[in-house]
Design a binder for this molecule. Structure first.
Ligand SMILES: Nc1ncnc2c1ncn2[C@@H]1O[C@H](COP(=O)(O)OP(=O)(O)OP(=O)(O)O)[C@@H](O)[C@H]1O
Ligand SMILES: [Mg+2]
Length: 141
């Protein structure tokens, strides 16, 4: 997918389907930074991705636990949510670095909080709320 890619999703299911396409070419080591306001659909997108990567369980928001790990068919999927983190303590940055540079697939909600830690190959996706059930999903970097 090129850096100009942008789609309109008209339902949570469409976002799930978009996520499936997004992770189809994954080979391990991919990092997806998901930018968007509360309720825009970041977790929804991770749900679709985890499903497509073979995870059978439930994907929930790691708002309090910070990191969830889901076992996919080929890869571990890390779901990171930094909403509640103010100044990232060094013990957490070290842990996050291990995850971000591992051969897993990582999704980061609120990536602005760890910009310096993110690998150069990170894909930045922005989700914008257009209407109650409509979202614009755009690759911005
Ligand atoms: N087209 C759409 N794509 C994704 N979600 C949608 C869409 N339309 C409606 N929704 C709803 O928007 C909500 C998105 O919630 P989600 O938890 O994924 O947001 P989030 O960006 O992760 O928020 P937070 O920052 O609080 O973690 C869900 O309730 C979902 O059903
Ligand atoms: Mg979320």
């Amino acid at each position: 997918m090129d850096t100009e890619a942008s789609i309109i999703s008209k339902s949570p299911e469409e976002t799930i389907n978009f996520a499936k396409e997004l992770v189809r070419p994954c080979q391990g080591g991919e990092v997806f930074a998901l930018i968007g306001e509360l309720g825009s659909g970041k977790t929804q997108l991770v749900k679709g991705a985890a499903l497509a990567l073979g995870f059978k369980g439930e994907v929930t928001s790691p708002t309090f636990s910070l990191v969830h790990c889901y076992k996919g068919e080929k890869f571990d999927i890390f779901h990171i949510d930094l909403y509640r983190v103010e100044n990232v303590p060094s013990i957490l940055s070290h842990y996050l670095e291990e995850i971000l540079y591992a051969e897993a697939i990582c999704f980061v909600e609120w990536p602005q909080k760890i910009e310096k830690l993110l690998p150069s190959w990170t894909q930045y996706w922005e989700i914008t709320i257009i209407a109650q059930n409509e979202r614009k999903i755009k690759r911005i970097r």
